[in-house]
Write a protein that binds this ligand. Structure first.
Ligand code: CP3
Length: 348
């Protein structure tokens, strides 16, 4: 493993930590001027994440500017979908839009088998980050969860109600499960490839499963995640399971057997702790919107989270969802600094 700072991994394993490790979802993003410069060089977001050199540079910006305790590689959850024949673009102000969303069972049958060679650049990015940072901090690989990816493939873009996805799910439950299973097999290969390439941890992002009822979550979204985690080949690398809207599923989410659950702000960290810890570690859970408020207010919210967790290990500080493009870097830096400062004092 050989890391200079392994605080994040120790917290994932619930081993002794002298302070709470911190990293932030979407930490490499447009709120940084250095990111916008790299993005300009690349031209489009897709050219950006396929360019190893620029993506390594983007991945390490949060280490250089914020001094966080773990790097998440710069990429996207949709990256592997091109390999199975899904065509999409990232439209300015709109997000991803698919040219050929899945409308019928026939469309499903037309999907190509996944070829991990098509995403070899992701492995190169992981290696590049490890080389550039000389193993200073751990590198987190990631993938979208099957339900979230299936929803993108069926809706063709972001959605508020997920009408198409859910209609497909209710009308053709068995076919929908087949789709989820196909995506799971792809993700097992994809995440194992990231681990082999040097990822120290992997996070599964289920950004949209919170739109399901607990019954449907249990029936459709959770089984593929159980299957993925069971089939990851790892010696020490923890798995982080992030579900936006996890509070509805908190009583049974740990059936996925992840090492860490990343929780949003709709549940108090104390309640998340009492439900999940010490079986697993917990990551979270500041409402990102707090970062628009004054520093005093930010500090108060951070204190609440850190004090509610207390002195135990097993907590990784993060947001409940990603940073936003119009956030102020200075406040983000302030957040990272006070998490380190306050959590050291709590443990001293
Ligand atoms: O956290 C990080 O810094 C690592 C990189 C990362 C990105 N996307 C970069 C990105 C990660 C982990 C993701 C995950 C992702 N992508 C998720 C799951 C997490 C979540 O937010 O719920 C989802 C749902 C996506 C899909 C996606 N990609 C959307 C909806 C968008 C548009 C967002 C927007 O505000 O325009 C993207 C594009 C994207 N992914 C950007 C970045 C930095 C912006 C690209 C740009 O225009 O420069």
């Amino acid at each position: 493993m050989n890391l200079k700072n392994d605080l994040f991994l120790r917290a994932c394993r619930k081993e002794f930590i002298e302070r709470t490790p911190v990293w932030l979802m979407r930490q490499a993003g447009r709120y940084m001027k250095e990111y916008r410069e790299l993005r300009e060089k690349a031209g489009s977001f897709k050219n950006f994440y396929k360019n190893v050199d620029l993506s390594v540079k983007a991945s390490i910006l949060p280490k250089q500017i914020l001094d966080i305790d773990a790097i998440i590689i710069f990429s996207d959850i949709l990256t592997p979908l091109e390999s199975i024949g899904m065509k999409f673009e990232f439209k300015e102000g709109e997000g991803p839009v698919f040219e050929n969303p899945i409308k019928s069972i026939d469309d499903l049958n037309r999907l190509k088998p996944f070829n991990v060679q098509d995403v070899s650049y992701v492995g190169e990015i992981i290696k590049g980050v490890n080389q550039t940072l000389s193993r200073e901090i751990p590198v987190i690989g990631f993938a979208g969860a099957p339900f979230t990816l299936a929803a993108y493939m069926i809706e063709g873009k972001g959605s508020r109600e997920f009408k198409k996805t859910k209609t497909f799910m209710y009308n053709h439950p068995d076919t929908f499960k087949e789709l989820l299973d196909k995506i799971s097999d792809m993700l097992i290969e994809y995440l194992n490839f990231q681990i082999q390439s040097g990822a120290d941890a992997v996070q599964i992002f289920d950004s949209w499963a919170g739109h399901l009822s607990p019954k449907d979550y249990k029936e459709f979204a959770l089984p593929p995640i159980i299957k993925i985690i069971k089939n990851l080949k790892r010696d020490y690398q923890p798995v982080i399971h992030f579900t936006k809207g996890v509070c509805g599923f908190i009583d049974f989410i740990s059936e996925s057997e992840a090492d860490v659950y990343s929780v949003d702000w709709m549940i108090d960290i104390k309640d998340a702790k009492s439900k999940l810890y010490p079986k697993a570690a917990v990551q979270g859970n500041l409402d990102p919107v707090v970062l628009y408020a004054e520093k005093e207010a930010i500090k108060k919210e951070v204190e609440h989270i850190l004090n509610s967790w207390g002195k135990d290990s097993g907590h990784i500080f993060n947001l409940g969802h990603g940073l936003m493009p119009d956030m102020d870097v200075e406040k983000v830096k302030y957040l990272v600094d006070i998490v380190k400062d306050i959590s050291s004092k709590i443990r001293s």
